[in-house]
Design a protein around this ligand. Structure first.
Ligand code: NAP
Length: 287
């Protein structure tokens, strides 16, 4: 006969950010836990803007086993860990922390989440393609390394502040050489020619700003991804459709990056398709 352990005894995880109320991570991880029979809880924790480190330490001291880290703390997270994964080191940012008995570790699963969503979710093999990555903040930093690893012919990084794009390019120059990928960087109006995949990793949709890409940059039938989802992503997705591109929002990436974090914590890999479908249904019902 089995007994349910009281909730207080379940392994605790959380997402830490500011703001954090909008986060869909508790829904996603609860669905993964049910699917895999993992006995855990997952909550939202609002960290004060100047109190990220103290909030992480308090959560771990209260029995937390690991956490996701979201805006604006991803750049602060690696410094807390004794072991930092190669992809988090390359990004200089982490969205996952694990509090293992033998030391804390940090990882960045945003990039592998995006790559899996593009290749498996959208069915676009990245190898040999021309990619335009718009944005050089936390998300841009997290996805560039795994995008390069997927073997496109070229990646152009464009950012409102071009110096940040240049810095990101320099940080990834050796990685790009190693993978035979042509890497360039510049301002939003710097990209030339047409791109097979355009990724909006900027906060333009969140800010309600104009689409930061000229329509002429889209190749016929290009895939146009906005890392944002829900109503704020709608103008970018409509713009993509209106210019003959295939629109895709950031929900698939969100679920895939969560699955990779779950694997890091629990050692098992949930099926993402049903969770993505349930999340989409939930958000549409709320809209
Ligand atoms: P961030 O670190 O604050 O960086 C913001 C980036 O957006 C910077 O490159 C900034 O340019 C640029 N930007 C801001 N407003 C802009 C505008 N109106 N026009 C053009 N560029 C603008 O934010 P982040 O963490 O990178 O997040 C970016 C987006 O990705 C957010 O919408 C976030 O929700 C989304 N995201 C989604 C997932 C997912 O799983 N789907 C994961 C991570 C992030 P400057 O350098 O010039 O300031």
């Amino acid at each position: 006969m089995t007994h349910d352990r009281p909730e207080a005894d379940l392994d605790r995880y959380a997402v830490l950010g500011n703001p954090v109320a909008h986060s869909q991570s508790p829904f996603i991880h609860a669905a993964f836990a049910r699917q895999m029979g993992e006995r855990m809880t997952y909550e939202r924790v609002l960290a004060p803007m100047d109190g990220f480190v103290e909030t992480v330490r308090a959560f771990a001291a209260a029995g937390g086993c690991g956490c996701n880290v979201t805006v604006p703390f991803k750049f602060e997270a690696p410094a807390l860990a004794a072991r930092v994964s190669a992809r988090a080191r390359l990004a200089g940012a982490a969205n996952v922390l694990g509090f293992d008995a033998d030391g804390w570790w940090a990882d960045n699963t945003d990039g592998i989440g995006l790559v899996r969503d593009i290749i498996d979710g959208a069915g676009v093999p990245l190898r040999g393609l021309r990619l335009l990555l718009v944005g050089a903040g936390g998300a841009g930093a997290g996805v560039l390394g795994p995008l390069i690893e997927a073997g496109p012919a070229e990646v152009m990084v464009a950012n409102r502040t071009p110096e940040r794009a240049q810095t990101l390019m320099l940080r990834h120059a050796a990685w790009a050489d190693q993978h035979g990928v042509r890497l360039q960087a510049g301002a939003l109006d710097a990209p030339a020619g047409r791109f097979d995949v355009v990724i909006n990793a900027s906060a333009s949709s969140l800010a309600g700003g104009a689409v930061p890409v000229a329509p002429g940059r889209l190749a016929d039938g290009a895939l146009a991804v906005d890392l944002m989802y829900g109503a704020p992503a709608r103008p970018f997705l409509d713009w993509a459709s209106a210019h003959g591109a295939r629109p895709r929002d950031g929900l698939g990436m969100l679920v895939e990056q969560a699955a990779e974090a779950f694997f890091g914590w629990r050692g098992c890999r949930p099926e993402t398709g049903p969770v993505l479908a349930a999340l989409r249904e939930r958000l549409e019902a709320k809209a």
